[in-house]
Design a protein around this ligand. Sequence first.
Ligand SMILES: *Cc1c(COP(=O)(O)O)cnc(C)c1O
Length: 371
Amino acid sequence: MNERVYNFSAGPSMMPLPVLEKARDQFLLYPGAGCSVMEMSHRTPSFERILQSAKDTLRRIMEIPENYEILFIQGGATTQFSMAAMNLASQGDTFCYVQTGQFATKAKEEGDRWGNALYLASSKAATYSYIPKVSEIPQETRFLHITGNNTIYGTCYNDLDAYLPSEVISATGAPSPIPLVADWSSAILGKWIDVEKYGLIYAGAQKNMGPAGMAVVIIRKDLLEKEADPVVPIMLRYSVAAKHDSMYNTPPTFSIYMAGLMFEWVEQQGGVRRMEEINRRKAGLLYEFLEGSSLFHSPVNPADRSIMNVTFTLPSSELTDAFLAKTKAAGMINLKGHRSVGGCRASIYNGMPMEGVEKLVELMKDFEKKA
Ligand SMILES: *Cc1c(COP(=O)(O)O)cnc(C)c1O
């Protein structure tokens, strides 16, 4: 493959060409620094500007209020599974989860190591094809953790209020008694998220914010005040990251720079709401086709469908393999579903242009006609 293809991967995923081109143009020499970003000390004015500007742009495009801190933390979203529990609860405390898929399960398993982690609802028995409703919550819980968009199964919390009790959803200026913690890895910047409803939002970068290996954390400042248990490693404390402006040690400088370029690009496109509009149109093309198809099928409850990860099945594994071979030959890759569920999945984050989705739907139509 010597040409850029349409990459439908769940992550790392496609990035917009103008972002890659800007990074290429500045690769050898970052303006004014005399070196590349990778060679730059993180204690220089050049890097401090890169970091500050990334934070400022993210704050603007997500409309993050001043009482929230933005942190860049290494170790991807998976490290946040432990950090969330270790920072918001003390050892042995009770805290709760909703089981909506594999990442939600992994998050809860990390919680198990730290305290009394409970599932309040689960859609596991239905292969996570819908978002289950939580109606009651133990009052002693330290937080409720949800996975906002379920990358593997193609489900999403499209409406928090319909699925969660009011005690966990904050209103403007009135934090809820129980903080809501959300893993929004696969929908951040692709869909509008009302930050004020949450205590803590985290997201791995490689879906909508650049290279893998880093997570963006958005945390309400009052939650930084809890003294972490003494056993919590320094590197795993939000308060330390906040105090040192994400630079307690050498931060992932290049990843922060790339994330900053992604944030600027989103702003140039017209912001997150505009991205959501475009993403709705992209996903709409696919779902509309799936609704009318007699060959392809969406396994997901219509109200809970994700606009970022569109999962679909064919009647047999032979047809699935034949379809996947056709997509590859047509320059569309990584449409195979996650190894745990099979079928197909089109991940259509911000970096996937409309033409890629149009091309995919054309091929699906053609495949159906000939099948
Ligand atoms: C990709 C993903 C993760 C894992 O991210 P890493 O950066 O690999 O740790 C966690 N949660 C969700 C919802 C994801 O999509």
